[in-house]
Design a protein. Structure first.
Length: 133
């Protein structure tokens, strides 16, 4: 009858909401932990890019200091060429920094989505079985 169908529909809706809420609460700590791990990975990767650029700038400064200290003309030319090559590489890294950080974040977001996707469930089969009996 309509009353029974209505009652079953309300029970079904309530059970669905309760099961999804319970499942979400059970898995929330695991999802939050994984998100924290991936966010930390993004920070480490970004920091590593900064450190690499800083180290390269330090190398360039050291080469230029050696150039200033050198008394030999050809050695000065070689050191200046080496410094210029490294400076070009550093400029390229600086220009690509934001693109690389965006790539890292995109990769992290994809990882988070893939991880979270495994927790998307369809509890309707279990509820239908319970309601049937």
């Amino acid at each position: 009858t309509d009353d029974e169908s209505d009652k079953i529909s309300r029970i079904y809706d309530r059970l669905t909401a309760e099961m999804i809420a319970k499942y979400t609460v059970e898995n929330e700590p695991l999802i939050a932990y994984q998100k924290h791990k991936i966010d930390n990975w993004v920070e480490v990767q970004t920091e590593q890019l900064n450190i690499d650029m800083f180290e390269m700038a330090s190398e360039i400064d050291a080469i230029l200091e050696r150039e200033k200290a050198s008394n030999k003309f050809y050695e000065k030319l070689d050191l200046r060429k080496e410094a210029e090559k490294k400076l070009e590489i550093l400029k390229e890294k600086q220009e690509n920094f934001h693109r690389r950080v965006s790539e890292i974040r995109a990769e992290a977001n994809a990882e988070i989505e893939a991880f979270n996707k495994q927790f998307e469930i369809d509890p309707f089969l279990l509820i239908r079985i319970v309601l049937k009996f």
